[in-house]
Design a binder for this molecule. Structure first.
Ligand code: BG6
Length: 480
């Protein structure tokens, strides 16, 4: 018999976005300011000082965007909610106009047979909470976060069954407290970094518990930016470097979501450096309880990395973010005495030096399946590129090739026993790349705009990849 090339019959072919990157309307209908609204105004932080004030104007073009999803045959759309639309100051009175916008979006999706998948938090913390108590740095954030999350569950949970609590906790904390490239812009503050992460884990866990007590049929997880590692060589020291990297950079997050506890070796390392997080009484039990309740591991997959032994006098954590938009000179990062991450010599890279590794997606799914035995939602995967609008069309064969090769590997993972519920590309329309403006594009749908707020019509133009994905969905992946 011929192998079945089709994906599971209920497979959720999807695409994703985040509020700050698409909505615009940054100060409309009662919305408060987020930390990103402030951060992008600090000179030098983003490419050509681009802000998300208008973004791709999804707030006003939502119906048109959903119509394009419908015409494509999309099965699920993952989007995030701007906390500051619901609670302009982070807590207090609900802003009903904000709730109304998301009600319209959810209903529009459902009326068009598209399953809504909501991210509760995609980085746009209310600035008021940052001012009040330092945002994520204070334990107070946990209660405010859970109150916000519960409000979403109460208002939208009758129609929304797929929930992602946090987007890339590892990324927003690393960029915010180690690399200074996201708010609050701190450098190498490892002690705070681990404490902030503990608060975020508690916010995740308590939200999971709250959701399940309201809607036992809901499905929930958080999305992790998983960059699996390969040992540089067969030297035992490189195998150990891989293990250290995995414990400190991957399992440190996924073990808490999946098992409800930190990896022991990572905690021992952090204790030895005096930077381990402080627990409150009862935290351990809450993390464990939530881990029993999560339904899937959310994975944003872009690339893998290499782990190599790093001598005690070796390289440290350096800022490798490249906001100039040019192909940067890659610097090697690492933790002295443990590991460093050199470029993989066997793999090509994108125009922004991100390793392209379709097999890494399969590897990621296999690793999660072996370790946690949880279903998987691929909540992001995609290629950022310099797309060109030529005579009203965008030809993006490189994106088709990228997605196709990742999907072929994903199908192998499914055939090997991984339970993959959904695959969301990043992204549906073009959107604001946090630090790279609009020159780095990810969408199936081109949006006519430049960094300059007044340039471009904001018209939507489906790229070649739009039609390719439409056909892939129609054939349920059988012809990849
Ligand atoms: C993920 C984020 O880290 O990567 C997205 O969840 C982001 O919000 C995406 O846009 C791509 O990153 P970048 O820097 O290429 O825009």
């Amino acid at each position: 018999t011929k192998p079945n090339k089709e994906f599971p019959s209920d497979f959720l072919w999807g695409s994703a976005s985040a509020a700050y990157q698409v909505e615009g309307a940054w100060d409309e209908d009662g919305k408060g300011r987020s930390v990103w609204d402030e951060f992008v105004r600090i000179p030098g932080k983003t490419f050509k000082a681009t802000t998300g004030d208008k973004a791709v104007d999804h707030y006003h073009r939502m119906e048109e965007d959903v119509r394009l999803m419908k015409e494509m045959g999309l099965k699920t759309y993952r989007f995030s909610i701007a906390w500051t639309r619901i609670f302009p100051d982070g807590n207090g009175e609900v802003n009903e106009e904000g709730v109304a916008f998301y009600n319209r979006l959810i209903d529009e999706l459902i009326n068009n047979d598209i399953t809504p998948m909501i991210t509760v938090y995609h980085w746009d913390l209310p600035q008021a909470l940052e001012n009040e108590y330092g945002g994520w740095e204070s334990r107070h954030i946990v209660d405010d976060f859970v109150h916000y999350a519960k409000t979403l569950f109460e208002r939208f949970g009758d129609r929304v069954k797929h929930w992602i609590v946090l987007n890339e906790q590892n990324v927003f904390t690393a960029h915010g407290w180690l690399m200074a490239t996201h708010p609050p812009g701190k450098v190498n503050d490892r002690k705070t970094f681990y404490q902030v992460n503990h608060h975020a884990f508690m916010a995740h866990a308590k939200s999971v518990i709250a959701l399940k007590s309201l809607w036992s049929d809901a499905m929930v997880g958080s999305s992790f930016a998983f960059g699996p590692s390969y040992a540089k060589s067969d030297k035992p020291e490189d195998a150990m470097a891989k293990m250290d990297y995995d414990d400190l950079q991957s399992y440190y997050w996924m073990d808490v979501y999946g098992y409800g506890r930190y990896p022991r070796a990572a905690l021992a390392q952090l204790r030895s450096e005096g930077v381990a997080p402080v627990f409150e009484e009862g935290d351990e039990e809450i993390l464990k309880e939530a881990a029993q309740l999560v339904d899937f591991m959310g994975v944003n997959y872009y690339q893998t990395c290499v782990a190599e032994y790093n001598p005690i006098d070796g390289v440290g954590m350096t800022n490798t973010m490249n906001t100039t938009g040019k192909k940067g000179t890659s610097t090697v990062q690492g933790v002295p005495g443990l590991y460093k991450n050199p470029q993989n010599e066997h793999l090509p890279t994108t125009d922004w030096d991100w390793t392209i590794d379709p097999e890494g997606l399969r590897f990621a799914c296999r690793d999660i399946t072996s370790r946690y035995d949880l279903p998987i939602v691929i909540s992001e995967n995609g290629l950022g590129a310099f797309d060109k609008l030529e005579e009203g069309k965008v030809h993006d064969p490189y994106r088709i090739d990228y997605l196709k090769r990742h999907l072929i590997e994903l199908k192998k993972a499914i055939d090997e026993g991984c339970r993959v519920l959904a695959y969301c590309t990043w992204s549906f329309t073009d959107l604001l790349s946090w630090l790279n403006g609009y020159q780095k594009r990810y969408g199936f749908v081109y949006v006519d705009r430049e960094e300059d707020e007044n340039e471009g019509t904001l018209n939507r133009i489906p790229k070649d990849s739009y039609y390719w994905y439409k056909y892939t969905i129609e054939t349920n992946g059988a012809e990849l």
